[in-house]
Design a protein around this ligand. Sequence first.
Ligand code: PLP
Length: 379
Amino acid sequence: MFEATAAFIRSTFNTSAFIPLHEPCFIGNEKRYLNECIDSTFVSSVGAFVDTFETRIAEYTGAKYAIATVNGTSALHVSLLLANVQPGDEVITQPLTFIATCNAISYCNASPVFVDVDRETMGLSPRALRTFLETHCVLEDATCKNRITGNIIRACVPMHTFGHPCRMDKIKAICDAYHIVLVEDAAESLGSYYRSQHTGTFGALGAFSFNGNKIITAGGGGCIVTNDATLASKARHITTTAKIPHSWEYTHDMIGYNYRMPNINAAVLVAQLEYLDSYIENKRRLAHEYWNFFAEHDMNFVTEPEKSRSNYWLNAIVLENKQERDHFLEVTNAQGVMTRPVWTLMHKLKMFENAQCGTLENAQWFEERVVNIPSSVRL
Ligand SMILES: *Cc1c(COP(=O)(O)O)cnc(C)c1O
């Protein structure tokens, strides 16, 4: 029966070759801008393409400020530092995410606390978040204290899984009530909106990724967005070695990071951004075809949550159980149609095995059943 799915995917992509999960697509001005960039000799962290890229991302997302970084992980790391995450603090996130979310928390010498995801969104559940905070936390001097560990819960990082937005209005209201800084891991959700507002712009800071598998890419790259001028200028400072701007003097006023996106990456991204909307249309058409097929075959295809418009970065289906999932993975991969299970849940990794967790029923349920299916832009 899964042979039919593999055959359908093959016909949809109209090829007899191997079908990867997600291929980058370079059909615009990438080479032209790269040539311009090389000819200008401004290939590194100062250059016109970086500035243009930042302006375009701010316009696109509706954020006031955008700060380009070397990758999504560094964007998250700096966002958490600017959220004032201190050594020993705790940061709430979901166990169903890519490791980068938790790595960034760890780089701040803070610990992740895992709260369940929603069945509807696959992202952080506002209900689970509220339950965790009501059960384990108290507000003391305008900070949220974990009564079990005695530590401060400084930030909360929801992640918009596969491009499907979390319920940000509820999550934001809860974070505000508990004085927890909201930082969005929007690495997968460029072009996704919740209640017509772009993901990544609900919290104090949001982080995007332009890694090779993301909806647009420069091989690597990232970006921080914020509406706060002070946070924006701090982000710019800390990602550029905390150098005090001066024509010839090299003075630095803190330990900074070499996290600025090179101009050569920005050149590719400026070209990629010109096609982003057409990629999203293309992906939404694919998702619609998948939806039709899986509805006919009584299989569960993951669609955008209510009040959301998703970029459908990675399509996913939810199988009946783990055995069915494994069978599906075997049949499709054997046919040269790449499919992949979702990430191992973060609290099961040895680095986080002692992390505090809420009830993680939905995350566990998804882990055993979710499979990603080919999702590239079709030319
Ligand atoms: C891709 C991704 C990141 C950032 O990855 P980089 O490779 O560092 O750009 C962060 N979080 C999630 C959920 C991601 O999918």
